[in-house]
Design a protein around this ligand. Sequence first.
Ligand SMILES: NC(=O)c1ccc[n+]([C@@H]2O[C@H](COP(=O)([O-])OP(=O)(O)OC[C@H]3O[C@@H](n4cnc5c(N)ncnc54)[C@H](OP(=O)(O)O)[C@@H]3O)[C@@H](O)[C@H]2O)c1
Length: 309
Amino acid sequence: MGVPSHFKLNTGASIPAIGLGTWKSEPGEVRKAVAFALKDGYRHIDAALIYGNEKEVGEGIRDSGIPRKDIFITSKLWNTHQDDAKAGLQRTLDDLGTDYLDLYLIHWPVRLVANETSDLLPTNPDGSRSVDRSWDQSKTWKQMEELYKSGKVKAVGVANWSVPYLEELSKTWTVVPAVNQVELHPLLPQHKLRKYCANKGILLEAYSPFGSTGAPIMSNADIKRIAEEKKVSPATILLSYHVNKGVVVLPKSVTESRISSNKNAVELSASEVEALDKLAEGGNAKRLNTPLWGFDLGFDDWYGAAKDT
Ligand SMILES: NC(=O)c1ccc[n+]([C@@H]2O[C@H](COP(=O)([O-])OP(=O)(O)OC[C@H]3O[C@@H](n4cnc5c(N)ncnc54)[C@H](OP(=O)(O)O)[C@@H]3O)[C@@H](O)[C@H]2O)c1
């Protein structure tokens, strides 16, 4: 039995169930982390232009000696490139030092308009983010479809898309997104989104599986109890939760011992999965990644940030 090592995308391609996250992996550490992970058996790297470290990620990939064709590389179209996806992709390809991606995602269903304050995180004179709420996301998706047809990206998908946003896009898409990468863990199980994506053939990817920096969900009392009962670490429980549910999981670490142990998911029983599925009930749900542009994106469980930005 055991747990699956790979899942299938709706393109027919195979994707490794566990990929190394690279957000907040600093230049100087990320090169070593990526090279170590690949030598240690990882074959899936999750990158993004906005992480500001794709050059080092590319160096780490080359340092590993693993052939490009054996590695599944994902990157993401940043918000300020939504009006020119081709240029956004080229920047990423140049930085990574590769001529194709295995998966390219729209990072957020939000266009930011670059201005003299910044080309990536621009602000308005009043300090708010320069979000263009009038931008039609189907225009961005159309460009993604063209990139897919050009062969420069082997699959296209989205990140941070709620059911209403996917439903709107479905009216015009000619290529169904292969993936929706969202925050997902037992405290934010997103059951409705999961059902919707399963029905459409969109594979979910879980980001921030440990609750992001400092891994706060690992110290949740219920997670610790389930881990103790199973005689594995809380990290293993949090990773295995996704793999057992047919979801890709993207743990980030720059620490070799953690990178190594994070690739070992274990099989969970139906009752263990059910217990994890219910942890967020009764007002315990918690979203940890809440950038201010995230409001109004149709998630019914958006917490934390101020509404007027
Ligand atoms: N699409 C999006 O909008 C989006 C948003 C957020 C994240 N992501 C992707 O998802 C990836 C993962 O999410 P994340 O970076 O937010 O956080 P995460 O993977 O939930 O947690 C990372 C934190 O956990 C620590 N950690 C890792 N393994 C551990 C272990 N076995 N024991 C104890 N601590 C451990 C790491 O420390 P060390 O590194 O110091 O070891 C780091 O502080 C990102 O890197 C990125 O690729 C995508």
